[in-house]
Ligand binder design. Structure first.
Ligand code: IPE
Ligand code: IPE
Ligand code: MG
Length: 242
């Protein structure tokens, strides 16, 4: 039976694409080659998610903490992102992928921001896979942003603090428009969220694999989906098997 027929396909999958540096180091190569290989794995994952009929895929590409890496690595990652956009955007657009930047736009340089705005503008009416790219993203920073907007509205009298509810917060998150992730996959074996989707992950199923991101392929992705299909999600209620 196809996965979609089991009606257990996650609508929204999020991936913490970790392990590029280790992949390279294990081969005696510089870390940046791991990032380059990582882009290939990302292309596979996007196509696979789209073919499976997953609605939203969120990928963690660069965190607010990743700016603390050596400046050569940071600038390599920014250049790689730029190059990947130039090379892939037309094909993604043809495949109906809608690209959304999920992250803090306020401190990005004008040229990087322009890149994202062009990609978002070009693909905004596409109805296929929504590809949220978490870039310059931090979950705590995102929640601070929400808190500041709400506080400002309250300060000028536009908002009664007693009215603040979950939907108001959801509408101010960078991920607004996407449902919460059903499944979060982390490659590279670390069992932590590393500041990813802190609000949105409240009831996400977590799947950690030791596979390093550049090695992550369609079979690994399918295994994660199969594992998800067997989970019982309870959301705090009594389970069906009780
Ligand atoms: C993930 O791989 C990519 C980014 C964080 C940009 P890493 O670069 O963190 O690889 P490891 O974890 O050091 O192996
Ligand atoms: C998480 O990986 C961020 C991305 C995959 C972009 P990190 O490598 O930055 O996370 P830590 O430092 O191991 O927690
Ligand atoms: Mg890492």
């Amino acid at each position: 039976m196809a996965r979609s027929e089991q009606n257990k396909l996650p609508s929204h999958v999020a991936i913490i694409m970790d392990g590029n540096g280790r992949w390279a180091r294990r081969r005696g190569l510089p870390r940046f080659l791991g990032h380059q290989q990582g882009v290939k794995a990302l292309k596979k994952a996007v196509r696979f998610a789209s073919d499976q009929g997953i609605q939203s895929l969120t990928v963690y590409a660069f965190s607010t903490e990743n700016w603390q890496r050596p400046k050569e690595e940071v600038s390599f990652l920014l250049d790689l992102m730029h190059k990947t956009f130039v090379e892939e955007i037309d094909e993604l657009h043809q495949e109906g992928v809608r690209i959304v930047l999920v992250g803090d736009r306020s401190n990005l340089s004008a040229d990087i921001l322009q890149l994202w705005q062009n990609a978002e503008g070009l693909t905004q009416d596409n109805t296929g896979l929504t590809l949220n790219v978490a870039f310059n993203y931090g979950g705590r920073q995102e929640l601070l942003h929400v808190a500041k907007v709400l506080a400002q509205r309250a300060a000028v009298g536009d908002l009664d603090p007693a009215q603040i509810d979950e939907s108001m917060v959801n509408d101010l998150l960078y991920t607004k428009g996407s449902p919460d992730p059903d499944l979060i996959i982390r490659t590279g074996g670390e069992q932590r969220l590393s500041n990813f989707l802190l609000w949105q992950s409240a009831y996400s199923e977590l799947y950690v694999t030791d596979v390093l991101w550049p090695d992550f392929n369609e079979e690994h992705f399918a295994s994660a989906l199969d594992d998800f299909g067997q989970r019982e999600r309870r959301f705090g209620r009594v389970g069906k098997k009780e």
